[in-house]
Structure formats: C-alpha cells, structure tokens
Design a protein around this ligand. Structure first.
Ligand SMILES: [Fe+2]
Length: 211
C-alpha cells in the first residue's frame, strides 16, 4: 500500500496509461482524405506562353472596364471644370476615350474574343478621387488643380497598362493588337502632357489667389 502511494518520478500521480486512440474515427478520416485526393482532377500545367496569353487577355478585360468607367466620369469632370481650356481638354479626352474603347474592341475581335470587362479597382479608386475633389472643394482654380491631379493619375495608370499590353502583344506575335495598343498609349501620353501644360497656368493662378 505504502509503495503504491509514492508518485512515479516521471508521471506523478497521473494516470500514465497511454491515451486511447479512436482507431475507427482515424480510419474514417484517412479514408475521407484519400477519397478527396482521388476526386481532384489531375492538375494541368500550363506553359509560360499559355500563362502569358491568359495574363494578356485578363489585362485587356481590366483596361476595357477601366476605359468604360472613365468614359462615364469624364463628362462630370468637364462639367465641374472652372477653366474653359480644362473643360475642353476633358471633353476632347472623352471623345478619345470612346475611340480607345473601340480600339480595344478591335483587339478583342483580333483575338476572336467577345469584348468583356473585368472590374478594375485601381481605376475605380482614381475616379473616386476626382469625385472627391468635386464634392470637397468649391469651383475655382484650386479645385481645377485637384481635378487635373486626379485625371493625370488615371492617365498614368493607363499609360503604364497600355505600355505593358503593347509589349506582351508584341512578344506573343499579336502585331495588329500591339499597334492599336501603342496608338492609345501615345494618345494617353499626349493628354497627360496637355494636362501638365494647363496645370502650370492653373496652379499659378490658384497660388496667386486669382479668380
Ligand atoms: Fe484612355
């Protein structure tokens, strides 16, 4: 009796009987795992060229959505412009944007794809910045400066997207697509430069407190 009360040096008074394992449950779980594994279809490995084609198509859908979204916002930016030159610039770019959308549709046709957009959170955010400028400031040179800043961010997004798309189209041998994308990229760059020229004047007037 005395010796039974002495704790085991390693386990104390705890019952050191090994934990019972529920072999039935474990077997079930293993069987389930195997079943899941066998149901999964064999993974098809795409070549890097196939992946690049997927990326190209995905980026086309992204910019198609972005252009359509911007096309809806540009008339609002034009309407909110205090300066007439800026208003004209936004109106001109609205027309250009509609032409850019049709260039993208030509691209889709060349790829034998239906024109399809994929939501572009980047352009959505950039357009929101323009809307914020309208709602947070009164009409005037300062607000025009904010409108230009928001528009130029959108232009830069487009320039970089079209540049990447043009490069990918070229390496994939999509020569006609590459030409269409290059034309739009150049147009976006011209718009950006035009906005910079207008901003030079507008920012100066705003800083000098001119009406
Ligand atoms: Fe555009």
């Amino acid at each position: 009796m005395y010796f039974n009360a002495v704790p085991d040096l390693f386990t104390g008074f705890k019952n050191n009987t090994p934990m019972k394992t529920n072999t039935r449950t474990n077997t079930k779980k293993t069987a389930k795992k195997i079943a899941v594994k066998t149901r999964r279809p064999a993974k098809t490995v795409k070549s890097s060229k196939e992946s690049l084609e997927d990326i190209f198509e995905d980026m086309l859908k992204d910019i198609y959505w972005a252009e359509n979204h911007l096309a809806k916002a540009l008339p609002k930016l034009a309407k909110a412009s205090y300066n007439e030159e800026l208003q004209n610039a936004f109106e001109t770019h609205h027309k250009e944007t509609l032409a850019q959308i049709s260039r993208l549709e030509q691209c889709f046709a060349l790829l034998e794809m239906k024109p399809q957009g994929k939501k572009c959170p980047a352009m959505q955010g950039l357009v929101e910045e323009g809307q914020e400028a309208i709602s947070e400031h009164d009409a005037g040179h300062a607000r025009d400066a904010a409108l230009i800043a928001a528009a130029q961010k959108a232009e830069h997004y487009e320039i970089s997207t079209y540049g990447s798309l043009r490069t990918i189209a070229t390496v994939l041998g999509r020569v006609q697509c590459a030409e269409l994308l290059e034309a739009t990229k150049d147009e976006e760059a011209e718009t950006d430069e035009k906005l910079t020229r207008i901003a030079d004047k507008i920012n100066k007037w705003a800083s000098e407190g001119e009406d």
